[in-house]
Design a protein around this ligand. Structure first.
Ligand SMILES: NC(=O)C1=CN([C@@H]2O[C@H](COP(=O)(O)OP(=O)(O)OC[C@H]3O[C@@H](n4cnc5c(N)ncnc54)[C@H](OP(=O)(O)O)[C@@H]3O)[C@@H](O)[C@H]2O)C=CC1
Ligand SMILES: O=C(O)C(=O)Cc1ccc(O)cc1
Length: 458
């Protein structure tokens, strides 16, 4: 038996040593699952100043040994996973890569692979394998059933098999791709989706308005917008900055999103009903045309389900007769589908391949809106003639252009301050939103996995 075939039940001396460099949210998640599965030799480190506190954290966790830095981890491990900031990957691999054990396998968890690939190619010795990875979900989402990208870049089949076996306890769904395919896919799914939610947050913060307080955003689709926005702003800024700024494909997609937002807003201001309807119907047909997707149950079951996860109470602005939220232009969603159409994307393909939970939700609400003529026409009418959301819409246009410029300039400091300023505004609700958001993702993910007749429920 070789390391490649071994399971966590094997005697300790026959098990591979698994190294984790970077013990932030993702490193800790991997340590937790791998140790719980019974892998008995897990060597971890963070920055040297974290050594003592990491030792204290793991002193009673079976299988985990803490090292002062990445040299010890690299020299002793058969599989080394770098889970550090994308912006730092080059520096960290330059430091510890040369210490990699002969014949070991090296992986990275970074959400954007272009810098990781360059760092590995430049700094790793020629006698080590590169099989990279990316768990396509945040650290608090259970790994079971989620896509886990595996990138066999410079490696033997045996090395890939060993990585598959080590990660098996995650019960994730392996998706095989190249480094380039990874970055193209995540630009299409993650980067542009985040642009929409970052813009919502910045727009609401710029208007100094908590969306759950004024009654417009407390039901149905609005619940998804608010909960996911809060989830993103409660995560680390560098995760979003890295995957947008360092992904060569992301800039253009985010720019198109801002352009779609602006174009639609101009049609709204001009009350150009014919122009807006034509553009939205064309976008809908391009993205949701019948031939596009497999027949399956749509992602959202009902507004009733979503309403359970609302952070606010229906207030005076909610339409109390029908108990449904008031009409909204849904500018962020009109722009999303328009953007997918103009970029020639087929989000069904992305869903099948490797969608993150947030993309899945976002696609779900877009589908919910666009696959119902009544709902889409309601949004178009509201966009053209109901001015109650205009204040939010104008803030949204400005915010989406701001995020696009920020990503285009590639300035991490600017990104950090934009992100943190908005995050500060919403901070008091992060804890509750994390809990409610996780529950919402779980219920909706569970409801979206079965194949059914493809019709959209009310
Ligand atoms: N969070 C998420 O939702 C997901 C993140 N990812 C990706 O995973 C990677 C890690 O993300 P995440 O865990 O969230 O980020 P964190 O900031 O929580 O963790 C990164 C850790 O690496 C540490 N680190 C930095 N330099 C070194 C070094 N030289 N030696 C050892 N440790 C070092 C950091 O220390 P310090 O903080 O002091 O810099 C930090 O503790 C990123 O590339 C991210 O894009 C992938 C999937 C999901
Ligand atoms: O689901 C999302 O898009 C998230 O925001 C969480 C996330 C962030 C970074 C990743 O590399 C993967 C998942």
């Amino acid at each position: 038996m070789t390391h490649a075939d071994v399971t966590p039940n094997a005697p300790t001396d026959q098990q591979p040593t698994i190294g984790l460099i970077g013990m932030g949210a993702m490193g800790k998640m991997y340590a937790k699952y791998l140790s719980a599965a019974g892998w008995k030799k897990i060597h971890v480190c963070d920055l040297p100043e974290m050594y003592e506190s990491l030792r204290a954290t793991y002193e009673n966790t079976p299988g985990i040994s803490v090292f002062p830095d990445g040299h010890g981890v690299s020299r002793t491990s058969d599989l080394i996973i770098y889970s550090v900031e994308a912006e730092s990957i080059n520096k960290v691999v330059a430091q510890f890569g040369p210490s990699t054990k002969v014949g070991a396998i090296v992986a990275g968890q970074t959400s954007v692979k272009a810098p990781e690939r360059a760092a590995f190619e430049q700094h790793l010795p020629g006698d080590v394998h590169i099989v990279s990875c990316h768990s396509m979900h945040g650290p608090t989402v259970p790994t079971k059933g989620q896509p886990l990208a595996l990138i066999k870049h410079r490696a033997s089949d045996e090395a890939l098999k060993m990585v598959e076996n080590i990660f098996r306890p995650f019960q994730s769904r392996y998706v095989y791709m190249s480094y380039e395919e990874h970055d193209e896919l995540t630009a299409n799914t993650q980067a542009v989706t985040h642009a929409a939610f970052l813009s919502m947050g910045t727009a609401w913060a710029s208007a100094s308005s908590y969306p759950w307080e004024h009654g417009y955003y407390v039901g149905g689709i609005e619940t998804v917008k608010v909960n996911i926005m809060l989830r993103i702003f409660s995560n680390k800024w560098h995760v979003y900055a890295g995957l947008a700024i360092l992904n060569p494909s992301a800039r253009m997609q985010i720019k198109q999103y801002a352009q779609s937002t602006t174009d639609i807003f101009k049609l709204m201001l001009a009350a150009d009903e014919h122009g807006l309807r034509k553009r939205m119907y064309e976008a809908r047909d391009a993205v949701f045309g019948d031939a596009k997707g497999p027949v399956r149950r749509p992602i959202l079951l009902s507004e009733g389900i979503l309403d359970q996860f609302s952070l606010g109470k229906k207030g005076p602005h909610a339409n109390s007769n029908s108990n449904r939220p008031i009409a909204n232009s849904h500018l962020s969603l009109l722009a999303m589908v328009d953007c997918w159409a103009r970029l020639g994307h087929n989000p069904f393909k992305h869903l099948e391949l490797a969608a993150t939970p947030i993309f899945r939700m976002w696609f779900g609400v877009a589908e919910y809106l666009f696959r119902s003529e009544g709902r889409l026409d309601g949004a178009i009418q509201a966009a053209l003639y109901d001015v109650s959301h205009r204040y939010d819409d104008v803030e949204f246009v400005v915010a989406s252009r701001g995020w696009s410029q920020c990503v285009s300039f590639g300035n991490f400091e600017w990104y950090r301050s934009r992100f943190q300023e908005t995050a500060m505004f919403f901070e008091s609700r992060f804890e509750e939103a994390g809990r409610v958001g996780s529950e919402m993702l779980k219920v909706i993910m569970d409801s979206s996995t079965e194949v059914a007749d493809g019709t959209c429920a009310d």
